[in-house]
Design a protein around this ligand. Structure first.
Ligand SMILES: [Fe+2]
Length: 317
C-alpha cells in the first residue's frame, strides 16, 4: 500500500508566535519527508521475499518503517493539536483533574517532560489508555516506542525470559510454537473492539458542503500520465509573491479575477483548483466555477501538499 498525504489540519496563519515559514517547512520537509520515506520503505518491503531475506535486512527495514510511520502519524496529530487558544475546556479540565490531580499538575508534568527533551529528540504525548481508562503522558523517543492511536490485538513477547527455559537459544522454535497456540477467536474479538475506535477526524469545512475534492496524489498522477485535466493554482497574490515557486504543468490565476479567466477554460475537461493549504480560497474558487457550469473540484491539500509529496515544482523567478 501507499500512504496518502493528509491536509495540514490547523490554519497556519491563525497560529500565534509560530511563523508561516516554520509551519510550512515543518509540514513540507519533516512531515512530507517522513511520508515519502515511509512509502519508499514500504515499496522496498513489498518487493522482499521474507523467507529468503537476511534477518538484519528485515529488522533494519521494519525498524525504519516503524520510525517513518510513527513520525507520519505523530506529525498529523501535532498539526491537529494546534489552532486553538490554549484554554482547557471545562470537561477536559475535569478529566485532567481526575487523572493528574489538577490541570496545573498535568501541565507541569507535560511541560517538564518537554523541557527535559531539550537538546535531544522525541515526542511528549498525552495518551488514552483504554486498558486503564485513564490518560497518561508518555514519551515516544525517536518516534517509535508506541504506535500513536494503536490498539494491539496480538502480541508476541520476544524477550529471552519468554522462551529461554524451554527453548534455550532456539527462538525460531519458540515463535513457531507460539503461532500454533494463538487463540484466533480471541484475536477476532479484539479486532472487532479495535475497529470501533474512530479514525482521526478529517478537516471539517461545513461552509463548503459536499464540494468534491481530489487528493494531491491523484492530481499528480493524472498530470504525469498526460490525462486531460485543467489544473489552476489560485493561491492569493500575496502568497505567490512570497513563495515564488509553482507546480510543474500548472498555471497560476488570481482567485480575485476568476470571473475573467474562467472564459479561457474548457467545459468538457475537468478543472482542479487549489490554494496554499486547501482551505477557503481554493474551495470558493471551485464553487464559483461549478456555478458557471465547469466540472470543477479543489485539491484538498493545496500547494504545500504538492511540495510535501515531492511533486515537481519550479521557481518562477
Ligand atoms: Fe516534526
Amino acid at each position: 500500500m501507499r500512504y496518502q498525504l493528509k491536509q495540514i489540519h490547523c490554519r497556519p496563519w491563525t497560529l500565534s508566535g509560530l511563523s508561516l515559514k516554520l509551519i510550512e517547512s515543518h509540514y513540507e520537509n519533516n512531515y512530507g519527508g517522513a511520508l515519502r520515506r515511509l512509502n519508499a520503505i514500504t515499496e522496498q518491503l513489498e518487493s522482499l521475499d521474507f523467507a529468503k531475506t537476511p534477518s538484519h535486512v528485515i529488522s533494519g527495514l521494519k525498524r525504519d518503517e516503524l520510525t517513518a510511520l510513527n513520525s507520519t502519524l505523530l506529525h498529523e496529530l501535532y498539526f491537529a493539536s494546534m489552532g486553538g487558544e490554549g484554554k482547557v475546556t471545562p470537561s477536559m479540565a475535569e478529566v485532567l483533574t481526575r487523572d493528574f490531580g489538577s490541570v496545573q499538575q498535568w501541565r507541569t508534568q507535560f511541560s517538564a517532560m518537554g523541557y527535559a527533551l531539550g537538546g535531544g529528540s522525541g515526542w511528549v504525548v498525552l495518551t488514552w489508555m483504554p486498558r486503564d481508562g485513564r490518560l497518561i503522558n508518555q514519551y515516544a523517543s525517536e518516534h517509535s516506542q508506541s504506535v500513536a492511536g494503536g490498539v494491539p490485538i496480538l502480541a508476541l513477547d520476544m524477550f529471552e525470559h519468554a522462551y529461554h527455559i524451554d527453548f534455550g537459544a532456539n527462538a525460531k522454535a519458540y515463535v513457531d510454537t507460539f503461532l500454533r497456540n494463538v487463540d484466533w477467536q480471541a484475536v477476532e474479538d479484539r479486532y472487532g473492539d479495535a475497529a470501533k475506535v474512530s479514525p482521526p477526524r478529517p478537516v471539517v469545512q461545513p461552509e463548503f458542503g459536499d464540494l468534491p475534492g481530489m487528493g494531491v496524489e491523484e492530481v499528480r498522477d493524472m498530470l504525469a500520465a498526460g490525462k486531460p485535466l485543467q489544473v489552476i493554482d489560485t493561491r492569493p497574490k500575496h502568497f505567490v509573491s512570497r513563495q515564488q515557486d509553482i507546480a510543474d504543468g500548472v498555471t497560476w490565476r488570481d482567485p480575485e479575477r476568476v470571473g475573467e479567466w474562467m472564459n479561457e477554460l474548457r467545459k468538457d475537461v475537468p478543472v482542479v483548483v487549489y490554494c496554499a493549504y486547501g482551505f477557503h480560497v481554493g474551495c470558493r474558487t471551485a464553487i464559483t466555477l461549478r456555478e458557471a457550469g465547469f466540472d470543477a473540484s479543489y485539491m484538498k491539500v493545496g500547494h504545500s501538499g504538492w511540495k510535501a509529496v515531492g511533486a515537481p515544482i519550479h521557481m518562477t523567478t
